[in-house]
Design a protein around this ligand. Structure first.
Ligand SMILES: Nc1nc2c(ncn2[C@@H]2O[C@H](COP(=O)(O)OP(=O)(O)OP(=O)(O)O)[C@@H](O)[C@H]2O)c(=O)[nH]1
Ligand SMILES: [Mg+2]
Length: 313
């Protein structure tokens, strides 16, 4: 990683962006000094997370929002995070094709990123990629991720504003609560509102959000869209900008950024300690210790303690 690379990132060279992002994705050893430089040249892009169940219309919506942003003179970087599940693999390929419209546009950069099975690391990597896109001068960074589990929720937390996309079939309140989508959303979109049940879900969602929003917190707004038909996009776009303004005024944005900073330090240390601990030798020791039927007799706590003890010898 040389200073040329940094200059090329700052001058919005998309090929360099792509190369560096691959390196982050593959856990290439990028020195701290590089991230330090990236950090100082960050332009504070607004980071928007778009999450929701598979097939809810997140990519179609992202496409519409890209159009709105560039029509308003903003540049956009998009990361579509693929938790490498067999269910999203095919759809993601579709995303790439659909989002290809912007390939020659210097104000739009789109990338997908996989987890290689390491969901924990994905949140950290997504943050790093966000920094790179921010340093390239993008005004807005959009992170699309399928909201199905904790790992993806962590990714959703890597942003300033989380938009949860639901569809009329997304289920009742209890299911939504269970999926953990309620507490991560700063705003909600009920897409495919051309279908039955959209009005009903919007109503029950609104009353649920009203009940569950703590005093002093902002109550997340709910929008209905049919992104396929380009309906409701303008309201949503305006609503999002309005919400960002309020969040800034109320000090919520800065608080989120501080929380993120704390989390990142925490995650980086956790990742590094784990990596350092699990040397090939220790992995081998673990394998040996579970290779006997009588291992079952030894408590996992005991095995862990013994491995940890060896670490200090
Ligand atoms: N009826 C209807 N279909 C829609 C609407 N918006 C999107 N779709 C369709 O829903 C399908 C899924 O859309 P995507 O944008 O790929 O959804 P996604 O949430 O990105 O999907 P994953 O990334 O696979 O989770 C596509 O066939 C869209 O054409 C809508 O408003 N109404
Ligand atoms: Mg998608």
């Amino acid at each position: 990683m040389d200073s040329d690379t940094l200059d090329r990132i700052r001058s919005n060279d998309h090929r360099t962006l792509s190369k560096v992002i691959s390196q982050i994705e593959n856990d290439g050893n990028i020195p701290d000094s590089f991230f330090k430089e990236v950090h100082t040249s960050e332009n504070q892009a607004i980071r928007i997370g778009i999450t929701g169940p598979p097939g809810a219309g997140k990519s179609t919506l992202t496409n519409r929002l890209i159009r709105k942003f560039i029509d308003n003179g903003k540049s956009v970087g998009v990361v579509a995070v693929d938790p490498t599940s067999p269910f999203t693999g095919g759809a993601l390929l579709g995303d790439r094709v659909r989002m290809n419209n912007y390939i020659w546009n210097n104000n739009v950069f789109i990338r997908s990123m996989g987890s290689h099975g390491d969901l924990g690391g994905l949140a950290r990597k997504t943050q790093d990629v966000g920094d790179i896109l921010s340093a390239s001068g993008k005004d807005v960074v959009i992170i699309e991720t399928v909201g199905v589990g904790q790992g993806e929720h962590d990714v959703a937390k890597a942003v300033d504003l989380t938009l949860v996309v639901l569809v009329p079939e997304s289920g009742d309140e209890i299911q939504l609560m269970k999926a953990g989508l309620i507490e991560i959303g700063d705003m909600f979109v009920i897409n495919k509102s051309d279908r039955d049940g959209a009005g009903r879900l919007a109503q029950s969602l609104k009353s649920m959000l009203h009940t569950f929003t703590n005093k002093g917190k902002l109550e997340p707004p709910v929008f209905n869209t049919s992104v396929d038909r380009n309906e409701g996009i303008l309201d949503l776009y305006n609503g999002m900008n309005e919400l960002l303004k309020v969040m800034e005024k109320e000090g919520i944005l800065i608080q989120k950024q501080l929380d993120r900073h704390r989390n990142r330090v925490y995650n980086i240390i956790q990742d590094r300690l784990l990596k350092k601990f699990w040397t090939q030798e220790r992995l081998d020791q673990l394998e040996i210790s579970i290779n006997h039927l009588d291992t079952i007799q030894t408590s996992p706590h005991e095995v862990a303690t013994s491995l940890l003890k060896k670490a200090h010898e």
